[in-house]
Design a protein around this ligand. Sequence first.
Ligand SMILES: C[S@@+](CC[C@H](N)C(=O)[O-])C[C@H]1O[C@@H](n2cnc3c(N)ncnc32)[C@H](O)[C@@H]1O
Length: 126
Amino acid sequence: MTERALSFGAAAGDYHRYRAGYPDELVDVVLGHATGPVRRAVEVGAGTGKATTLFARRRIEVVAVEPDAGMRAVLTEETRDLPVEVVAGTWETVDLAGVAPVDLCFAAASFHWTDPATRWQRVAGC
Ligand SMILES: C[S@@+](CC[C@H](N)C(=O)[O-])C[C@H]1O[C@@H](n2cnc3c(N)ncnc32)[C@H](O)[C@@H]1O
């Protein structure tokens, strides 16, 4: 993982305050592609939780993987009343045995930070 990939946390508060979020309709679009009920999901690079909260408010249990401690601190606070498990780690190294099986794997503005050699195999492992 590059240093740049972990550069967000130094400004996690500003990131959360000033970066635009996602519309709630995004969840409908994603769930529209599901072939069955989505009860449990894993999120790659959850950041401060801008996408996490949208899915969790639909009562989807989200395992939110985030490597950066600064981002994780905001994420934990933002999701404290939601069905979210915050997991420290990168997508490359997180123990998927503790995550799988899930109904959905999603990433919001983060998948490009993961290792292209292994990222899809890791998704398939869920
Ligand atoms: C642009 S932010 C997006 C955060 C959030 N998903 C959002 O939409 O606001 C990218 C996030 O990817 C995380 N990240 C970088 N490399 C990663 C990796 N190898 N595995 C998992 N997450 C990673 C960063 O720590 C950062 O929180």
